[in-house]
Design a protein around this ligand. Structure first.
Ligand code: ADE
Ligand code: ZN
Length: 343
């Protein structure tokens, strides 16, 4: 493909090629990926009242981040059994595969899957893994899980969640992380949970620098010692921190469409993703909660190409960075990298 200079817009043909690239997604919330029709179907089956969760056009309804979190948790009420999570896993992996994703990691919360009880969590995980392996066999998409605690549920609840993670760490549960409201508690309050997960051999990530600024990102690196950061984009407000991230090789799971939909940035042109990458940070691209933000991995790639003139080679490199930063075992990572090379 021809190289484009900064001002040279990509052609329709270039964009179509970019949309079809194979992709790797590292930051995807299991419940946040639930298609609205899937949640409505379960609500009907179980007679759960979901008033306020959907707009008249059937999309998820939220005003701001706090409201998004409460709508997310309201929709999640319909997911009540291992079987429901198995069905959700199939639905979201079908959607990801249709967008050209060949490998993804999803965030799973034992808080939602059995309320933090280890025995119940094992049953949920069994159903999710079965659906994951079926999707790999039928659709060619490889998926792995990252157990997450939820920040606004507080540090006390992070401990049984970390225990669930540690007890089920292995070839499918490959990481531990934290989502939820960044404005609540301090990252250091979750040290016990992150240390337990690290000792069990899990790789670490946390949401940071989505809502709070650079200090939060620094704490994720220095206190929790994570290998990846969910979002991390507000690191751009401290260039010494940007250099630290670049030097240490900490990977950012950047979700541009999510940040615009939730109002972190007014539009994609104002988003720092291109500058973070230009300053040497390992940037990867994900959707976060795609139906909430009316995005897909295809859409993210096309939007980045149109806004920042990222050509197919640039997006291939971003995808390779994501595959290299995947938390799965070396054999799986090598297999994914090989598929990208030969695509
Ligand atoms: N959970 C689901 N999406 C999230 C986000 N964007 N930030 C924090 N927690 C989340
Ligand atoms: Zn997220």
């Amino acid at each position: 493909m021809a190289r484009h200079d900064e001002r040279d817009p990509l052609s329709e043909e270039d964009l179509a090629q970019i949309a079809d690239l194979p992709k790797v997604e590292l930051h995807l919330h299991h419940e946040g990926a639930a298609p609205p029709a899937f949640i409505r179907g379960l609500a009907k089956e179980k007679s759960v009242n979901l008033s306020g969760v959907f707009r008249a056009d059937g999309t998820y309804a939220f005003r701001d981040f706090a409201h998004f979190l409460s709508v997310y948790e309201a929709a999640t009420q319909v997911l009540q059994s291992p079987r429901d999570y198995g069905r959700l896993t199939t639905a979201l992996l079908e959607e990801s595969a249709a967008n050209g994703v060949i490998y993804c990691e999803t965030f799973l919360s034992p808080d939602f899957c059995g309320g933090g009880d280890l025995g119940a969590w094992r049953e949920y995980l069994h159903a999710i893994r079965e659906a994951s392996y079926a999707a790999e066999r039928d659709l060619g998409i490889v998926s792995r899980g990252i157990v997450t605690c939820i920040r606004h549920f507080g540090p006390d609840r992070s401990r049984p969640v970390a225990r669930c993670a540690a007890e089920t760490a292995g070839d499918w549960i490959v990481g531990f992380g934290m989502g939820g409201d960044e404005n609540r508690a301090e990252l250091r309050d979750f040290l016990y949970a992150f240390d337990m997960a690290r000792e069990a051999g899990l790789k670490l990530t946390t949401h940071a620098g989505e809502w709070r600024g650079p200090r939060e990102v620094r704490s994720a690196i220095e206190d929790l010692r994570v290998a990846r950061i969910g979002h991390g984009v507000r690191a751009i407000e401290d260039l010494a921190l940007v250099d630290l991230i670049a030097e240490t090789g900490v990977v950012l799971e950047v979700c541009p469409g999510s940040n615009v939909a939730l109002g972190v940035y007014p539009d994609l042109a104002a988003h720092p993703v291109a500058e973070l990458r230009a300053r040497g940070i390992k940037v990867t691209v994900s959707t976060d909660d795609p139906p909430f933000f009316q995005t897909t991995m295809r859409q993210e790639y096309v939007n980045l190409a149109s806004t920042f003139q990222w050509d197919a080679d640039t997006l291939r490199e971003v995808t390779r960075t994501a595959a290299e930063a995947a938390f799965c075992d070396l054999e799986t990572r090598t297999r994914i990298l090989k598929r990208l090379e030969t695509a």
